[in-house]
Design a protein around this ligand. Sequence first.
Ligand code: FES
Length: 179
Amino acid sequence: MVADQPVQQNDPGFAVNGYFIRPPGKVSEITRVYEIKDIKLVTQITSSDAERKMLADAGYAEPAINYYIEKKYMGHIENADQVSEKVGSCGDIMKVYIKLNGSEIIEDVRYEITGCAGAISAAMAAVDLVKGKTIDEALKLNDGDVFTVLENIPEKKHHCIQLAVKTMHQGLNEYRQGA
Ligand code: FES
């Protein structure tokens, strides 16, 4: 395109990153490059803010939103001492990887989750609550402990906390049973 070329009345514009851009009264190639850069920047900022706002509007408190967005214990542990899996009543699946220091202290935990924001935030909070604890201490973890850390999640998501805690308990019990 030639710089400062007047835009034709019927200029159809063009699409970038799912946005349709109609050129202003006069356009040049430089103008268009800046337009594209600005739009990419705006898109990145708004998608994160929009996600936070959606979760807050749905009833997630800030600590729960942070756990969900950061997902700091998602994934797997290569040389885990125990790997266990549980399917929730909703059909969602959690897999827990537990690494012990010796035979009793919980060194690290990771979750792989096919599930909702409630499940992810609850599982991440559960890991913070058991890291460095003994197996016996971690087996005392309950839904209320996790809810306290999250501060709030929607009431219809409380069973997701249950799934995170039950999966953790199952992993610890199966480790003890040598399963
Ligand atoms: Fe299934 Fe949240 S809806 S774990």
